[in-house]
Ligand binder design. Structure first.
Ligand SMILES: [Ca+2]
Length: 394
């Protein structure tokens, strides 16, 4: 077996980071000011009823953050349309309903949306043009949105990598010119087997994006090995288990206790898999939410992309806000370093490629790929508080 290292020397110019665009975001709705918003293309395995309502938390967070302007929304259906069994979803179950609900709650326009590819790429450079027309709309929308944008666009994926990778493979130069940053919530961290759900849905697409030399912010979801979070001991040891974004909400009703009635009902609709008319449902009298635990992954990617920092509140809890808002709140001196992104050089032998294994070298000063790492032992508690507070602003 040829074991020549296929190095992805991800060292090149990194585009102007989008969070440099951020100015003066204000914390309360009443204080909203006109700001230059960051154009976003978002890909999510959002379903109604949800496969996992973590995507509803992500959707709500995305739309509550005034820094973002969602220009295109891709329904990643790759995990639920491949096999004709009880897990299959029909087109009316794709994420249109929660998207319309959250737009109604936040007063944001419903962005253009489309359904993505339903089969994985045949190879890391696959374009997926052979897939049926019904599932081509997502890639087409990505390319159209980028072509029509006068400025660079930030891309988030919180499901499979399929649509972003197919778009890249069809027009790599367009993405090089127009993508300011791409946040990839997938994988298992710097080295070893990449069998996490989002990475595993399309290993070719995942590898394609990591080696693309686009400005990638890699947000692995879980460590290697048994399904778990990093522990405080891992954080203190700064080991490989800390290179992932996972945190848990121990009690969802508690986390959501300060949200508006309409946002409460948005979550209630999802948690109960309601079939009622979705927009009028937002105005009903709130009923109790589940107290079950929930695992969450993408929140820090949103905060980082918006240029927000994390601060301890004057009366407890933690807030993710811009330095300008922190100054207004009188908490500028209470910034807490909770996570960081580190440059990483990735490589893979042909044998490793067959086994979905990658090797990461963190001992580099620069790379187009930057990997997320927990650096605070109280990461879980801090992130849960910051999420609760941001959702509580609507
Ligand atoms: Ca997801």
């Amino acid at each position: 077996m040829n074991s020549v290292k296929l190095k992805w020397l991800n060292i090149s110019l990194v585009g102007v980071l989008p969070f440099l665009l951020i100015v003066c975001f204000t914390y309360s709705c009443a204080e909203k000011q006109e700001t230059k918003r960051i154009p976003i293309i978002y890909s999510s395995d959002l379903f109604n009823p949800p496969a996992d309502p973590d995507d509803h938390y992500d959707l709500a967070t995305l739309f509550m953050m005034q820094e973002f302007d969602v220009k295109a929304f891709i329904f990643d259906v790759s995990n639920h349309t491949r096999i004709a069994d009880e897990f299959s979803r029909t087109p009316d179950e794709f994420g249109r309903v929660p998207l319309e609900q959250i737009a109604a709650i936040t007063g944001r326009p419903i962005p253009p949306y489309s359904i993505g590819l339903n089969q994985p790429l045949n190879s890391p450079d696959g374009q997926a043009k052979e897939q049926v027309a019904q599932f081509q709309g997502g890639v087409d929308l990505i390319l159209k949105s980028l072509r029509e944008s006068d400025e660079k666009v930030l891309m988030f994926l919180v499901g499979s990598c399929t649509d972003f990778a197919a778009a890249y493979n069809r027009d790599p130069e367009l993405l090089r010119q127009k993508v300011s940053a791409m946040y990839i919530s997938a994988g298992n961290g710097p080295s070893g087997k990449q069998d996490e759900c989002n990475a595993g849905l399309d290993p070719n697409a995942y590898i394609c994006l990591l080696k693309s030399r686009l400005p990638i912010y890699w947000c692995p979801c879980i460590p290697n090995g048994p399904y778990r979070q990093a522990t405080k001991e891992d954080v203190l040891a700064k080991n490989d288990n800390t290179y992932n974004t996972c945190f848990t909400i121990p009690n969802q009703a508690e986390c959501l206790k300060n949200v508006s009635a309409r946002l409460h009902n948005f979550f209630h609709y999802a948690f109960t898999a309601s079939k009622e008319d979705p927009i009028p449902y937002l105005n009903r009298t709130p009923e109790e939410l589940t107290t079950k635990e929930k695992w969450i992954w993408s929140t820090p990617a949103f905060f980082h992309a918006a240029g927000r920092k994390i601060y301890a509140g004057l009366n407890g809890g933690y807030f993710a806000c811009s330095p300008q808002v922190a100054q207004k709140l009188g908490i500028s001196d209470k910034e807490v370093e909770v996570y960081a992104f580190a440059p990483i050089q990735l490589s893979q032998t042909e044998l490793e490629a067959q086994e979905h294994i990658i090797q990461g070298n963190l001992n580099v000063k620069e790379s187009t790929v930057k990997v997320f790492q927990y650096i605070h032992p109280d990461y879980n508690e801090i992130m849960e508080s910051a999420l609760s507070n941001i959702l509580g602003t609507y």
